[in-house]
Write a new protein. Structure first.
Lengths: 195, 248
């Protein structure tokens, strides 16, 4: 029971307090790049979440039961990136076969998930801070929930920003970064939650 | 390739096509490790080493990599160099390694490294790829050092040397070198907001806005200059034809 409570609290902490984009700075490229389309931001969030959770679940045993006993723990980055690249490829193939509609709409974003730092970030973080399997999964679930939440909110704000009369120099990326700064400030308020 | 092209591939990424502030690539480390100038500089150095090595190797083996497995092959090359750099940093600069944390591993998925491999090294010779790598590395390092400088000075009110590069402190009898800029015995103008993540986003946002403003101004000036020149030409042409008429 205690462990379960710790698990849930860890998910909340990773999702809101240490938000992946706004306080740990993973996945900013896709955050800025996915832009102002609310629907594609949700699809992107779902795809990234799937890859993060799968990658964390596969890399944990791979590192602890294969690389460490074999005496080559320094190969973790190479192993992790290969797992992620394969996962993204498999997700693409499965989607193409069974969900061609969704595959079409995600199209260009799918291969980019490989280079989304949130995925490798979670895996490296799990390895670096020596989390056990439950906490590693809590990190993965919390991070993906936080990522989806933030890019969804951000896309909604940017839809409104399109219509706003911003100064010419701030159009596009600069105002997007300022928006992200304000969002990060709002999320800083959540640091008061004691976990 | 001619000599001017070599120069171009070296100089363009430093300012005109800077990977960070113009192309908006590699944002994650640019915001995460720029709390202090030293950490930003260290990140820039590691980034440059990885970029130069991977550019050179990829350009050297570009003809034997099959087209279908291009990207995975590049990623493996980059991951190998990142692992080497990681071990190097862990052994010789442990303070820097612990400051940068997982962001050393995250160099593997840095869009700039993979982007230069795909866009440049896979199409150009070894020398050009080397120059391109050095140019991009310097451009990126300068940009993140700029962010680091602004954030450290505004955020803590002073510049500290020796916290990350411990040999600087060792050279100074074990004392960290501190430059008090916005802070003194009687006053303190530092704003810790700039050390926080939100401050990082704001600094980068305002920097890109300033660059956009300068670019806009230059373009406008060019347009206005062109219009004035056209007008003058017309006037002189009209004057010339008028004088011709008078002569007739």
């Amino acid at each position: 029971m205690n462990y379960l409570a710790a698990f849930v609290m860890a998910i909340i902490s990773y999702a809101l307090i240490d938000n992946v984009v706004l306080s740990r700075f993973y996945g900013i490229c896709s955050f800025i790049g996915v832009g102002n389309k609310v629907k594609s931001s949700l699809c992107m969030g779902a795809a990234v979440s799937f890859v993060i959770i799968m990658a964390a679940a596969i890399c944990y045993p791979l590192y602890n039961y294969l690389l460490v006993p074999a005496g080559v723990p320094f190969l973790d980055t190479i192993a992790a990136i290969l797992v992620i690249a394969c996962l993204v490829m498999i997700v693409g193939l499965v989607m193409k076969k069974f969900l061609p509609g969704l595959y079409q709409s995600l199209g260009i974003y799918l291969p980019l998930i490989t280079t989304n730092c949130a995925v490798l970030g979670v895996v490296s973080e799990n390895i670096a801070s020596k989390l056990d399997f439950g906490m590693a999964m809590a990190n993965a679930v919390g991070t993906s929930a936080g990522f989806t939440l933030v890019i969804f909110l951000y896309a909604c704000i940017r839809v409104r920003l399109e219509a706003a009369n911003t100064p010419k120099a701030f159009k596009g990326v600069p105002i997007a970064l300022v928006t992200a700064s304000l969002m990060a400030m709002a999320f800083m308020g959540l640091q008061g939650i004691g976990v | 390739m001619s000599k001017s092209n070599h120069k171009e591939s070296f100089l363009a990424p430093i300012w005109r096509s800077n990977p960070l502030i113009v192309s908006m690539l590699g944002l994650c480390p640019a915001l995460a490790v720029t709390k202090t100038l030293e950490a930003a500089f260290g990140m820039g150095i590691l980034f440059t080493i990885v970029l130069v090595c991977s550019n050179v190797l990829i350009s050297a083996i570009r003809k034997i990599i099959p087209e279908e497995v291009k990207t995975p092959a590049y990623i493996v090359v980059i991951a190998t160099f990142v692992t080497l750099v990681k071990m190097f940093a862990e052994a010789f600069l442990p303070e820097l390694y612990s400051t940068l944390g997982v962001f050393v591993s995250l160099l593997v998925v840095n869009c700039i490294v993979l982007g230069r491999a795909e866009a440049f090294a896979s199409k150009n010779g070894v020398l050009d790829s080397l120059l391109d790598g050095i140019g991009n590395g310097i451009g990126y390092t300068l940009a993140i050092c700029m962010i680091g400088l602004i954030r450290e000075v505004l955020g803590s009110g002073m510049l500290t040397f020796g916290a990350t590069f411990t040999f600087l402190a060792d050279a100074n009898n074990g004392e960290k070198i501190r430059l008090f800029l916005l802070k003194g015995p009687r006053y303190d103008f530092s704003m810790s907001f700039f050390s926080s993540p939100a401050g990082g986003f704001l600094v980068l946002g305002i920097m890109t806005a300033i660059i956009a403003a300068v670019t806009n101004y230059k373009e406008n000036k060019k347009k206005v200059d062109a219009r004035i020149a056209a007008k003058k030409e017309k006037e002189t042409a009209a004057a010339a034809s008028a004088s011709k008429e008078v002569a007739q």
